[in-house]
Write a protein that binds this ligand. Structure first.
Ligand SMILES: NC(N)=O
Length: 674
């Protein structure tokens, strides 16, 4: 019988106990917001969080929805297999994708802040046919990403605790489903923050212990010596066998596949545009950029401590597999994360790893649930079933879709588990099948000449071309088409490349036949609010003149930032280290570790503290109310102010007095921002 590092009871305890605890916490938060801030769960709030979310919370949501179980498991696995270069490439490629999305997020705020889902733009620009094509890509991405989350989460639980995989597939999304039902997008934002905080705290403890206080390693110098020693006994696949080098060709291909495959998981996944819709216009750029930078250090830092620790301690009795190294199968299951933490902290380390996996699967899953339910509500139900749906009916439909999607995904993840599909396989496949959505999205938002025929045929032809090249190149390189060969580096790289790059080409060529001349500045006029929307919610659906200048500046600043970021992290640093065949010296490795730790601390501080600071007035107000004390909130010159009734200058003013005499607005129900 297989031995597991943790007990089944622990697995069920976390999935059920922690799931229920979070569901209760989020329901209590939603209730508190309703009671003390007067927030009612209208259709706009459920789907868009009333378009008022500030930058700190946007950052933490970007981090949380991009932190999958695969992020944690694969970055550690790559660090274990390839050394320092593994977690670096994972982090650099993933962050580049999500940072690039900032351009789309700003364009959404500039052109169409009134949308509820990104697919609504396709309906307005290309009619029903184009809408259905785009919708298929969005839903396909939703389903495959959710499958990856549940596969990664259920396998992480099952391999570490022996928990039955079917139970894990259904129990993991259950708590998420409950709080998403009660709190909508706003509850997912708040839960994202708590989940992300827990993940950062665990990584910080781990990094500090591995490189500072552990008796087994305790310093970058000792880690360096252990990695050098182990490379002599079982060399890496790098040209020189070292784990302290970037000179690894296989890793470049793997990173390329991650970049191309992941393109659709950001650009096609409606949950990322959902955050842009929810963000206030002035906060969108900073929220996404800081989110991307804070995410980058998660796989980088985690791999650098857990993956390298599992490898360095191979010959130490503290290693769970001592005296053996992890088998290839164990490494591919992502176990270097759990075993690396177990080697450093004992069973509590393995337990912390499973808690992190739980946090990553549930927080990213909540974003998928709400975005899929929004797509089905607005792009299917309101568009084609009940165009006159009231706000109440929209909320009911959203609830039904949240429940249905959770059950469907649990079932699909079970099927994928049984046919033996892995996260890595799906990640390759998703880029080839759905990568063309990138061209479709960019064309729809930035290219006024794009036609409906281009939307019908451009992405679909790109998918077919990509799949044909993937299968053809697999046959060419391996002679036989099977599951393992199809996941090979070369066919995957070719399939991904063709899918992603032929899509804009087809779209451009088809549009040339009879170009549209769509006036993008009129796009926003086409979107309708639910009939239960409040005045401030309606106001936020419009493009504000004052925001336009800011958004145009943001676009330029983002382009400059992206060029600098990609130049440093995707090209100059890794490729010069690759090209030179440099093996890290002890000093260089020490500097590498110090930079990693500093970055991790800064990211954690930003994600933990900034959302609290931004919402300090509302939080203090709610706490005072909970304690039974008096408190009043006012808006003043764009800023929320807290004013006590004993403050004579504002003593119990009427709304009109407050507005006229003090130039402030008494806060109304929907004015309470997060
Ligand atoms: N979200 C990713 N690519 O780990």
């Amino acid at each position: 019988m297989t031995e597991f590092i943790l007990t089944q009871g622990f697995g069920y305890g976390i999935a059920l106990g922690l799931g229920a605890a979070f569901a209760l916490l989020m329901m209590a938060t939603t209730y508190t917001a309703k009671k003390f801030l007067g927030q009612k769960q209208d259709s706009e709030r459920f789907t868009t969080a009333s378009r008022s979310v500030k930058q700190g919370l946007i950052s933490s949501c970007v981090v949380s929805s991009w932190t999958w179980p695969g992020t944690l498991l694969t970055s550690s696995q790559w660090a274990y297999q390839y050394g320092v270069v593994g977690s670096y490439w994972y982090a650099a490629m993933g962050s580049f994708q999500v940072l690039l999305f900032t351009l789309v997020a700003i364009e959404i705020k500039k052109r169409c802040p009134g949308i509820h889902t990104i697919a609504e733009v396709a309906r307005v620009r290309f009619g029903r046919g184009g809408h259905l094509v785009y919708l298929s890509y969005c839903l396909g991405t939703n389903v495959i990403v959710s499958c990856m989350l549940l596969l990664g989460g259920s396998q992480g639980f099952s391999f570490s605790t022996g928990m039955h995989i079917v139970a894990a597939c259904f129990l993991l999304p259950m708590g998420v489903c409950v709080y998403t039902l009660f709190g909508g997008l706003q509850a997912t934002f708040l839960s994202d923050w708590t989940h992300t905080v827990i993940i950062y705290v665990i990584i910080l403890v781990c990094l500090t212990t591995v490189y500072g206080t552990s008796d087994l390693i305790g310093s970058p110098g000792k880690m360096y010596d252990l990695l050098t020693e182990i490379a002599k006994e079982s060399p890496s696949s790098a040209a020189n066998g070292s784990y302290l080098t970037f000179d690894n060709r296989a890793m470049i291909f793997t990173a390329w596949n991650l970049l191309m495959g992941g393109a659709s998981t950001v650009f096609g996944d409606p949950s990322y545009s959902q955050k842009a819709i929810a963000a206030s216009a002035k906060d969108v750029m900073f929220g996404y950029i800081t989110g991307g930078l804070c995410w980058q250090i998660i796989p980088w830092g985690l791999g650098t401590c857990t993956g390298l620790a599992a490898l360095a301690l191979t010959n130490n009795p503290a290693s769970y597999t001592y005296p053996n190294a992890l088998t290839v199968e164990e490494a591919e299951k992502g176990l270097p994360l759990v075993y690396g933490m177990a080697a450093i902290f004992g069973k509590s380390g393995a337990a912390a790893a499973v808690v992190m996996i739980f946090m990553s699967v549930t927080s990213a899953m909540s974003a998928e649930l709400i975005s899929c339910s929004s797509i089905l509500t607005y792009d299917f139900y309101r568009s084609y079933v009940n165009p006159k749906a009231s706000g109440k009916q929209l909320v009911t439909a959203s609830h039904i879709f949240v429940i249905a999607f959770s059950i469907f995904m649990g079932g699909l993840a079970v099927v994928f588990n049984y046919i033996g599909v892995t996260i890595g396989w799906i990640l390759n496949f998703i880029g080839i099948a759905l990568g063309p959505v990138l061209g479709a999205l960019l064309g729809m938002l930035f290219y006024p000449k794009m036609t409906k025929h281009a939307m019908w045929f451009g992405p679909t032809m790109a998918t077919l071309t990509g799949v044909a090249c993937w299968l053809g190149s697999c046959h060419h390189f391996y002679g036989e088409l099977n599951k393992d060969n199809l996941a090979g580096n070369y066919p995957s790289a070719i399939g991904n490349f063709v899918s992603v790059f032929t899509s804009p080409l087809y779209i451009f060529l088809i549009s040339l036949i009879k170009p549209q001349s769509f006036d993008l500045s009129t796009l926003n006029d086409q979107f309708e609010a639910g009939d239960d929307a409040e005045e401030t919610e309606l106001e936020r659906m419009k493009v504000q003149e004052t925001d336009l200048d800011q958004l145009n500046k943001s676009l330029i600043q983002t382009r400059i930032f992206l060029i600098i970021h990609a130049s440093i992290f995707v090209f100059i640093l890794p490729l010069s280290l690759y090209g030179s065949g440099y093996i890290f010296s002890k000093r260089f490795f020490t500097a590498w570790v110090v930079i990693t730790i500093i970055w991790e601390y800064l990211a954690a501080m930003w994600i933990i503290i900034w959302p609290l600071y931004e919402s300090r007035v509302t939080l203090r107000y709610v706490i005072m109310k909970l304690l039974g004390k008096e408190g009043h909130l006012y808006y003043g010159a764009g800023e929320v102010k807290e004013i006590s009734t004993s403050d004579q200058s504002f003593a119990t003013p009427s709304v009109a007095e407050a507005k006229n005499e003090h130039h402030v607005n008494v806060i109304t129900d929907s004015d309470h921002d997060m």
